[in-house]
Structure formats: C-alpha cells, structure tokens
Design a protein around this ligand. Structure first.
Ligand code: ATR
Length: 272
C-alpha cells in the first residue's frame, strides 16, 4: 500500500496541492498518493479522525480549517503555535502533530524565487488575520529594518504587535490611511482579493524597486497586484508561496526536499 496524504478544505475542488505533491513525488522517487478531501464545515475533527483510522500519514489544511487544525493537534511546532494556525498535519504513533509552513514558504519565495534579500529592508504587512499572523515570525527572522502591520481594524494589528514585540524588533501597527511610504516590500495578507477588492492604499508606499506580493493567486493579477504595477512596483502573486509551503510540508513528511523552480515554472505555463 502506498502512503496516503491529502489536502483538507471546503471548498477543495480548486486546490492545486495534489498536482504539486504528485510532481514532487515523481521528481524525488517517493511512492505516495495525495488526494483532495472535502470536509463538512462543521465536521473537520471527524474528517481527520476518519483519515487517521484509514491509515493516512498526513494532510495539508486549507481554508477554513487552519484554526480548527491547530486546536486539534496534540503537539504544535513553535511556528504553528506562534501563527495560531496549522497547515500541515502529520499522523504518527497515534499522535497528531501540527506545523505551519506558510510563513517559511513566503520567505523562501521572496528570498530564493524572487531574489529579494529581506535583511535591512522596510517591510509592510497588510492584514492582521490568520495569514498575516503566520507570516510575522518568519519575516522577522530575516532581520528587516522595520516591519509595519497595517489593518482595517487597528485593534487586531495592535494585538499582533503586542504579541510579537521583542528586543531589536522595529515593529509597529497602523491603519491604511496612516501609511507613510515608501516600502521595499509590501505583502498583502488580507483576504480582500478573494472578494475582488483591495485595501485603500496610498500610491506613495510603492517605488519601482518595491516588491508587492499578494498571498493570493488566480488567472488574472489581483486588484492589489494591478494597483501596485500601476504605481510602478514589481508585482508578484502567491503561487510561489504555495509551491514553497508545499515543499516544506513534503520535506517534513518524506525527509527529502523537492526542487521547486521547475514546478513553479510549469505551473506558470499551465503545464502542471
Ligand atoms: P485569513 O485567514 O485569510 O487571514 P482572516 O483571519 O479572516 O482570514 O483575516 C482576514 C484579513 O483580511 C483581516 O485582516 C481583514 O481585516 P479586518 O481585521 O479589519 O477584518 C482583512 N480584510 C478582509 N477584507 C478586506 C478588505 N476588503 N479590505 C481590507 N482588509 C480586508
């Protein structure tokens, strides 16, 4: 029997994770099956229980179950604990272990795929929900000069600053209207793109050297990407982050890190 993995979400039909993991498995010679798993909105725990009982080895978790996954795990990695959310489950020895590879995937996409060195840079993170929270520690780990968190509701951004403040960390919160540019990197971690919207941003936060990365991706540039490009910035979608978070999960499960550049290239040319 081949080892089984899956991605759990609702909806899940659109997920690119099965194609990515199948390509990783082929490339690394790992014999495994990776499927989609639709969990009922009120049935995440039961779905995981059934997967464990069926001998599944692990699962990725996507919208809207990342918080429920964190609550279900017996043990959490430090970064999953900091994020308060889990996107990677490992089932072993009767235990459910949770990790969050999203932030590491983001940082790797920025540093390796986009070739952007974060050290000493001025960074703006848009949003203060689960996606933003998971990105903070990995971003701070790259020693930016400053990290500003801007959110529609100021209180949530303030709460993140209070949680992640520490010696040597220049971390602050503001509302969109108070944004004072320019920034070297702007990461859109709001869910606005899902609704075809974007936060109200001043054009002055962008320069021709600014990397403007949306965690979302689609067939068309998101409104945030279109706006950033219109302001002269370098726009990037979340496809690279998606591939990198998957590689990180795959490496954990299988003990071998897949090569990602060709997979990302194939996804961009729609051949995967
Ligand atoms: P996720 O897990 O994707 O981060 P979430 O935890 O619900 O989802 O957080 C959504 C984030 O997107 C929040 O920061 C939210 O702002 P509020 O805290 O003010 O609600 C932000 N967001 C959603 N729609 C937005 C919009 N149209 N404009 C700006 N921010 C938006």
């Amino acid at each position: 029997m081949r080892d089984r993995y899956c991605v759990i979400g609702n909806p899940i039909g659109h997920s690119k994770s099965p194609a990515i993991h199948a390509a990783f498995a082929l490339q690394t010679g790992q014999d495994l099956v990776y499927e989609r798993c639709l969990a009922p909105l009120d049935g995440f725990d039961a779905t995981v229980g059934a997967l464990v009982a069926a001998g599944c080895k692990g699962a990725n978790v996507t919208v809207p179950f990342k918080l429920a996954a964190a609550a279900l795990c017996g043990t959490l990695s430090a970064r999953a604990d900091a994020a308060g959310a889990v996107n990677t489950l490992t089932f072993a020895d009767g235990q459910i272990r949770g990790d969050n590879t999203d932030g590491a995937g983001l940082v790797r996409d920025i540093g390796v795929n986009a070739g952007f060195a974060l050290g000493g840079k001025r960074v703006l993170l848009l949003g203060a929900g689960g996606a933003a929270r998971g990105a903070i520690l990995p971003l701070l780990g790259e020693a930016p000069r400053e990290l500003v968190i801007a959110n529609r509701s100021r209180a949530s951004a303030d709460a993140l600053v209070a949680r992640f403040a520490g010696p040597g960390r220049l971390l602050s919160a503001c509302e969109f209207v108070d944004l004072d540019g320019p920034f070297d990197l702007v990461v859109n971690a709001t869910s606005a793109s899902l609704a075809g919207a974007m936060p109200p941003l001043p054009a002055a936060i962008f320069t021709p050297h600014t990397l403007a990365l949306d965690m979302m991706y689609g067939n068309q540039p998101t409104p945030f990407m279109a706006f950033a490009s219109g302001c002269g910035a370098i726009a990037r979608d979340g496809l690279g982050m998606l591939v990198e978070q998957a590689a990180e999960a795959f490496a954990q499960w299988r003990g071998v890190r897949p090569e990602t550049a060709t997979i990302l290239e194939r996804m961009r040319s729609n051949s995967l």
